[in-house]
Design a binder for this molecule. Sequence first.
Ligand SMILES: [Zn+2]
Ligand SMILES: [Zn+2]
Length: 137
Amino acid sequence: MQPTVLLKDFKLNHTKIREEILAAFLTQSEPLSASEIKELISKNCDRVTLYRNLKIFTDKGILHQIFINNQETKYVLVTNQSQTKKHYHDHIHFKCVKCELLKCLTDQRIIIDDLPDGFKMTDANFIVFGICKNCNK
Ligand SMILES: [Zn+2]
Ligand SMILES: [Zn+2]
């Protein structure tokens, strides 16, 4: 997958910064924070431009956000485009407390069917902290 193809697929105008942001995700398999992305792209991209583009990508469903805590948000490239945006927002995230691995567990869905009458779920953020398979050996 090429950044330019992704931009085209999502009907976004091509800019050098957008291409660099997507290229950063395509070369890293790990979820990235805004500051990590900033390290990977050219120095002349200011924070405002970076955040604006991250928001556009998130709104379009190219990226999805993992809220780890109030200070830390990571972004993941939605690689499997056949999965609907909805699906991507209701799965569980796992964070390893030993090696810091952060993973989308897209098969582990958050299903809440007992909300009070008249309440409707539109989004969910659920993060499980623990020990990953590698650290558990
Ligand atoms: Zn681990
Ligand atoms: Zn995820």
